[in-house]
Design a protein around this ligand. Sequence first.
Ligand SMILES: CC(C)(COP(=O)(O)OP(=O)(O)OC[C@H]1O[C@@H](n2cnc3c(N)ncnc32)[C@H](O)[C@@H]1OP(=O)(O)O)[C@@H](O)C(=O)NCCC(=O)NCCS
Length: 214
Amino acid sequence: MPFEDVVNQLVVLGVGGFGREVAWLAGAAVPDAEVVFAITDPRYSPPDWRGPDIVLLEDVMAGASFVVAMGDPTDRRVGTAACISLGLLPVTLIHPRIDLEGHNEIGTGSVLCAGVIITTDIKIGEYVHLNLGTTIGHDAVLGDFVTTAPGVHVSGNVRIEDGAYIGTGAVIINGSGNEPLVVGAGAVVAAGSCVTQPVEPGALVAGVPAVRKR
Ligand SMILES: CC(C)(COP(=O)(O)OP(=O)(O)OC[C@H]1O[C@@H](n2cnc3c(N)ncnc32)[C@H](O)[C@@H]1OP(=O)(O)O)[C@@H](O)C(=O)NCCC(=O)NCCS
């Protein structure tokens, strides 16, 4: 859902470094929004926090919009379920300094950071995070709750399944139209790796070329 269609309060669930970056992103993408930082448990309140007050998620008004600012796909899934159960509405946050003019689909609840380039005929699922400077090539398909860390390059004809995590600076080479290169659900690609072969669901791969570590 575009931010303009919901009430003017944006709840950012998560108060780590990425939470502060998402608030910065929101300042550029939806400058009129009132940004509220939320946590699900008082234990998560950072001792050295210098930002605005942090509220408990259960105290946020129903009908506000939300994004979950957690890079870990599993944490993000849990946080998303909590927000939805409280009647909050997911929004998609897209930094204005981004290029996605081709025929592309972006799922709701996704966060696209500054410098992302998405070329054409690409499908991005729901609650996906594309961190700074990620590039996605033609015909790529990303499932729900996928995370790309900063500087990831996904080539054309690649499929990244639900909940996979791609570390900083990793490269995934292209598949073909008939046979996309698949990174399986819940897989982890270590920072700086070059993926040249399919990655099995739940596997951790690392290195250049990337090999299975567990
Ligand atoms: C992949 C990752 C999650 C593994 O962390 P971990 O679960 O603690 O695993 P370990 O450190 O025990 O590493 C497991 C193996 O992978 C190797 N490995 C881990 N990261 C690697 C990397 N970036 N490049 C090459 N090899 C790597 C380790 O050397 C180890 O190999 P071994 O079993 O042959 O000794 C972590 O190293 C990583 O790359 N995280 C991404 C960080 C990131 O991008 N952050 C962005 C924040 S915005």
